[in-house]
Design a protein around this ligand. Sequence first.
Ligand code: FE2
Length: 287
Amino acid sequence: MTIRSGQYVIPAMHAVEGAGFHVRRPFPTPNLPMVDPFLLLDHMGPQEHAPGRAEGAPDHPHRGFETVSYILEGAFEHEDSVGNAGRIGPGAVQWMTAGSGVVHSEMPATEIRTDGGTLHGFQVWVNLPAAAKMIPPKYQDVLARDIPEVVTDDGRVTVRVIAGDYDGTVAAARTHTPIAYWHVRLAAGASFRGALPPEWNAMVYVIRGEVAVGEAVAREADLVLLAPDGDEVAVGTGGDDAEVLVLAGLPIREPVARYGPFVMNTREEIIEAFEDYQAGRMGAITR
Ligand code: FE2
């Protein structure tokens, strides 16, 4: 096995989403529009909200890709135009395939909006290949207890397998193209290794702490892009514990036309998405 080197360390930018919730966003940025097949990585919080202050993303559409929400602390409530409604609690994942189009809302849980509380989580956008962009919308709600967790032999590293497989442990969520999405917790002085195909794009995002990824050193809210020079990712910690996400996937290698909540292959398809949304063809949330 050969360890992939950390090629670039990219600090996340600050962005404001929806009705005004703050995120750290390593991409898309002007310098890094995407990491095929991933279109976006948002890190929400951890942030303590006063009563009446937690904002969300009220009714908005998506078409042509998947939104993957992973909540570490607090909870979100969602509703959509297909009639789904539910709650994503700590440790749970919602894998939403927007496909041909859906209108949804993503709001901090009612009790957090009313009484205040802490929110911490991630949203990743995963592109769909042209052949799957217009499939019917679909949800995979994965409860915390259904996300497999692997503890290494020395007990110092814990890996939650959100997508793909880690060392033979396979995630519950199904993906359209081959992807790995791991949440890795490392004790001080621990090191983690995971096999990844060399032709996959791969990255490590630091949730907290300081880590070494190959030769590169990265801190909280840094993204490390891995070079295609090996078949394994290695992450190590120093004197403190740390937490990272590992995201990797086979690139789709198709043209990307994106605007706001729509990600298609051509500009014409983006215009069509706006027309379909404005004409109500992506539906509406009935309340
Ligand atoms: Fe959304």
